[in-house]
Design a binder for this molecule. Sequence first.
Ligand code: FRU
Length: 318
Amino acid sequence: MQHIIAVGAVYIDTILTVPHFPGEDQKLRATSLTRRRGGNTANTLEVLQQLLDIYDGDREATEPHLHLLSVLPAKGSESANFIQDSLKGVELDSSVIYREGACEAASSYIIKSQDSGTRTIVNYNELPEMTLDEFVAKVKPITSPGTKNGWYHFEGRIPDVLLPCFRYIRSSRDHCDFKISVEVEKPGREGLPALAAEADVVFFSKLWAEDQGFTSARECLDAQLSYTKQSALLCCTWGSMGATAVQKSLNQAHTWASTDAWKSNQLVVDTIGAGDTFTAGILYGVVYAKDWSLHDTLSFANELAGRKVTQDGFSSLG
Ligand code: FRU
């Protein structure tokens, strides 16, 4: 079974559920307060872990296949323990970079509005970011000698560090056959298209696409065809309008798939991490479910994300 090494920041999310979004400089009483582990790649791994448990129950239980490469506060700190406890079944011990001297993990303060279904996120992170040398030192021993194929999934942050990481993977004898996927999510982060240009699978967010002036997922993906890899798979989610994906091919006969948002008669209760859940669904389809068509994979990911928003957190999605 293939290894997936996910690289990104882990947050501790403090979520205030409020009846409606507060006006500026007003007071409002929240109906609940929740603290849970967040962060795009960690959320994705939490969902993937469940999918692997259900669909591949016969795999070798002793050998972890999901790895999280992330910067955490000091080993043994309350925050680091909280994060580690939240990711059972994901390998962290050998892949995490601990910042000794730091006690606090990256934090997100999230206002979840019940009437609009929005989640407004304010982040704070003072942990120094991963460097290229740290990345190389961590990934070298992750896979057993002779493991020729596997997958790297990156949250698209710090492009100036990630681009050399991509190039290291492509040039390393042990990892050159690994595939690379990347999220292009946050508007205003310079260098994301350069990462997209070198990846095998790219996840574009609606937020990023709208900031670029696109008004639909199709329009966004059409504009990414010219500079991305010849065989890349490009995906774009569009909230209540569903999702679109295109599998590029060498002869320009690209395969497109689109799906409406998954409908349920249950209420939307938690959209935090819906995109991360979609990512898990696509990665499951392309890495493990080899015989699925593009449409099968997109529909699976779309339904998974649709089911996620009707429940709090990420449990029971497998
Ligand atoms: C959801 C999420 C949260 C985290 C924030 C980081 O996608 O990963 O869990 O706090 O985004 O940007």
